[in-house]
Design a protein around this ligand. Structure first.
Ligand SMILES: C[S@@+](CC[C@H](N)C(=O)[O-])C[C@H]1O[C@@H](n2cnc3c(N)ncnc32)[C@H](O)[C@@H]1O
Length: 352
């Protein structure tokens, strides 16, 4: 299972507690020293707040995109130098939150350290896992496992829901490529599909959906697979759905693979999809204009396929303006005014 890498205690790490000046600790972190918090969880949070202030003062024009990116890079690097101790599957600090992931993901480790940002990520993820995320199109909550992508905006899911309501094709077998926390598979189950194959290349996502299916059996057969795009072999598919990563870039961790696509992903996807789709089948992709609005020189991968791939033809294209994320789960402060989500329905080229 994917987890933040545990670090071994080391004599080169200096201990800090509430008696230390947060600003001087922040300066030490920024210059590359590693510090270990030894008393209160809040000592670490206050030190990170001081680090943020210090780095903000070094990047005064945060409205400028390049400067903001530099600030974020500096903060990410320096904050990794602040460490917390974990002993016997508990954060060994006073007034620390309960994070059940230590018991789930670190059974093989007794005494180790983790950088504070990873602890914060584990903590948020545990809260989401315990409380669940309300998914309006499913009329219920999903409980994403650590390291699994889950939606915080729902416009694309509503587009898919509307599409499913008007879908008149067969409902025997669909494939949900890159299932994440399983939301599209559960929409397909809700729409009456008899069998669904759900794949993801991220082990944690597969575990997330496995738990979800145990928690709430969907009333149809769901075959879960850890796979690169498609199962290695199998029947022809009546419907293939894929909500791919929306930004071109480099994934540095399994969770990043939900966000960033490399130069080969769409070519490989369309090639395999063409060989797996039934003659009268449909391919549905959910996408957005995010990449295009960040960099208009990058080709839109679905338009590119339609213009020159020769494997699929356009059946329908719907788009919708994005609403603001819910305040509880908001991850980014993006202005959604010019952001659109898209649903692309394609058919294999020689069947039209
Ligand atoms: C944007 S998320 C969508 C998740 C989910 N389907 C949804 O709509 O919320 C993209 C998902 O595709 C998965 N993924 C990325 N590359 C993949 C690949 N080559 N094979 C299988 N899954 C992949 C990621 O791990 C992630 O779970």
């Amino acid at each position: 299972m994917y987890r933040p890498e545990p670090l071994l205690p080391s004599p080169s790490v200096s201990a800090i507690d509430r008696s230390h000046d947060w600003n001087s600790s922040a300066r030490a972190l920024a210059s590359g020293d590693q510090l270990l918090v030894t008393d209160l969880y809040s000592t670490g949070l206050n030190t990170l707040a001081a680090l943020r202030r210090l780095l903000e003062s070094r990047h005064p024009d945060l409205r400028d995109f390049a400067s903001e990116r530099e600030f974020r890079g500096d903060y990410q690097r320096a904050s990794q130098n602040l460490l917390a101790p974990i002993k016997s599957q508990q954060l060994a600090l006073d007034k620390a939150p309960e994070i059940g992931w230590f018991g789930e993901l670190y059974r093989d480790c007794v005494d180790f350290l983790l950088p504070y940002p990873q602890i914060q990520g584990l903590n948020s993820s545990w809260q989401w896992y315990v409380k669940g995320i309300e998914i309006p199109v499913l009329h219920r909550r999903l409980f994403p496992f650590y390291g699994t992508y889950f939606p915080t905006r729902f416009d694309h899911l509503e587009l898919f829901d509307n599409w499913l309501q008007n879908y008149t094709g067969p409902r025997e077998l669909a494939c949900d490529v890159g299932t994440g926390c399983g939301v599209l598979s559960l929409q397909l189950a809700q729409a009456g599909f008899a069998r669904i194959i759900a794949t993801d290349s991220n082990t944690n996502a597969v575990e997330s959906v496995r738990r979800e299916l145990v928690r709430h059996p969907p009333g149809c057969e769901v075959e879960l697979l850890e796979a690169d795009l498609f199962a290695p072999r199998g029947e022809q598919l009546e419907l293939i759905v894929f909500n791919p990563p929306w930004l071109r870039g480099v994934a540095r961790s399994p969770i990043d693979e939900a966000i960033y696509y490399d130069d080969t992903l769409f070519e490989r996807f369309f090639d395999l999809a063409r060989s797996r789709i039934a003659a009268e089948g449909r391919l549905v992709l959910l996408f957005s204009n995010l990449q295009l609005s960040a960099d208009s020189a990058t080709p839109h991968p679905i338009q590119q396929e339609l213009e020159s791939g020769g494997r699929f033809l356009l059946v329908d294209h719907k788009k919708r303006q994005v609403q603001k994320a819910s305040a509880k789960t908001r991850r980014r402060k993006r202005d959604p005014t010019n952001e659109f989500v898209e649903l692309w329905e394609l058919a294999p080229a020689n069947s039209c």
